[in-house]
Design a protein around this ligand. Structure first.
Ligand code: SR1
Ligand code: MG
Length: 403
């Protein structure tokens, strides 16, 4: 019998015992072991455990109530989903995700590689650091984890087994509400609208019926297009970086959905970094962000087409013209979900520090108007966004219109 045989919400004081019990063969220097809670996400508890001999791990633990709001309860099965997808992605995209050492469905916890030598990408971008490998790495990660889990590549029954295993209704419901509904109608009265933009948000988001119709189509595509095994929350707070390495973590929102959702989340979060650099007047950083957005889209397309040729075997998927049609759908979705991520992080309950830490209220209001105008362009004209320069042009258009 162990005290970890039945779920309870672990605290820092429990984690060393837990780690020793679950990693008995690790060469810990027991007397010098320490633990600290380091999580700053919205959902889970993240502990770093280390000793003076240089060993360290991360223990991630799901609580029944979310950190962002004690009223929100979500299945702790999310920890299994996250652990299993990271193990799978380590096969498809080796070196681009942290290694999972073990996971435990009783305590809803996993023990994984410590990436403390990396920095959380959102914070690094807020310091206006640039990462020359990022576009290359993130597009490899996306093409390898996404295209390879579709049924144009996988044996169809094996793919459906994965759909079953990664059914994630409660986390998807968060996205359906927070990303794909509430920014357009504040049904649960939990949107956070920057006061200077209240009238703008009412007009541009809450009263625009044509926008609502397009977002409704996008929402039901998110819920019904079981295209690939997504990360599901691929923002810059889910990515660790250093100059020569990129690691994508935190895929607890994983499920089978439209590929464009992951790609769009990356692009939108780069736009938030641009907002921050622009407010600070850092032109060189903004130029790097725009070049990176362009490269992410164009490299994604290039690698996707090459991987399609190399891996797709289904005879109908090889019919002339199908590859281009399939990609066109993904690119249109990418633009749409870039737009929905821009809107939800600007007016929804889960915002991003890149924008909320802009101190000058006029500059923050400007950044938020820019995000919303850019989002609407992306959503309403989504089929026209086929290459990286289309996104850069949209950001310039929104920057001019938001003045
Ligand atoms: C209630 S959770 C709020 C947000 O945090 C996560 O990172 C997801 O983006 C979710 O929408
Ligand atoms: Mg997260």
């Amino acid at each position: 019998m162990s005290r970890f045989d039945q779920y309870f919400l672990m605290k820092t004081a429990d984690i060393i015992d837990y780690t020793l019990e679950k990693m008995p063969d690790h060469p810990w220097d027991r007397d010098s072991m320490q633990c600290k809670e380091i999580g700053d996400g919205n959902l889970n508890y993240v502990f770093r455990v280390w000793d003076q001999s240089g060993h360290s791990v991360i223990v991630k633990h799901a609580g029944e109530a979310l950190r962002i709001s004690a009223d929100m309860k979500v299945s702790v099965d999310r920890n299994r989903i996250e652990s299993e997808i990271l193990q799978l992605q380590n096969v498809y995209a080796p070196g681009l995700v942290p290694e999972i050492y073990m996971y435990d469905t009783v305590m809803s916890a996993c023990i994984m590689e410590d990436l403390s030598d990396h920095q959380l990408m959102r914070y690094a971008l807020m310091e206006h650091k640039t990462f020359p490998r990022f576009a290359e790495d993130i597009t490899t990660y996306m093409v390898n984890t996404l295209l390879m889990t579709t049924d144009v590549v996988m044996e169809h029954k094996a793919k459906k087994d994965l759909v079953k295993s990664f059914i994630n209704p409660e986390l998807c419901e968060i996205t359906e509400d927070l990303v794909l509904t509430e920014p357009y109608m504040d049904l649960n009265s939990r949107n956070l609208v920057f006061p200077a933009n209240q009238a703008f948000v009412e007009r541009e988001l809450y009263q625009d019926k044509a926008l609502h119709l397009e977002v409704a189509k996008i929402k039901f595509d998110f819920m019904n297009n079981a295209q690939a095994l997504l990360h599901g929350d691929l923002h810059t707070g889910s990515i660790f970086v250093k100059q020569d390495s990129t690691k994508v973590f935190d895929p607890e929102f994983a499920f089978y959905g439209p590929i464009g959702y992951d790609v769009g989340n990356v692009i939108a979060n780069l736009i938030f970094a641009w907002d921050n650099g622009h407010a600070a007047g850092n032109q060189a950083f903004c130029d790097w962000v725009l070049a990176t957005i362009e490269e992410v889209v164009d490299l994604f397309v290039k690698k996707f087409l090459a991987a399609f040729d190399a891996h797709v075997t289904d005879p109908m998927a090889r019919v002339a013209g199908f590859k281009e049609a399939y990609l066109a759908g993904i690119l249109s979705d990418t633009a749409a979900y870039t737009g929905t991520e821009l809107n939800r992080r600007t007016v929804g309950m889960a915002q991003v520090k890149d924008v909320t830490t802009i101190q000058d209220p006029d500059k923050r209001a400007y950044a938020e108007r820019l995000n919303i105008l850019c989002a609407k362009d992306l959503i309403m004209n989504r089929a026209q966004f086929t290459k990286g320069s289309d996104y850069v042009a949209a950001i310039h258009r929104a920057a001019a219109a938001a003045k």
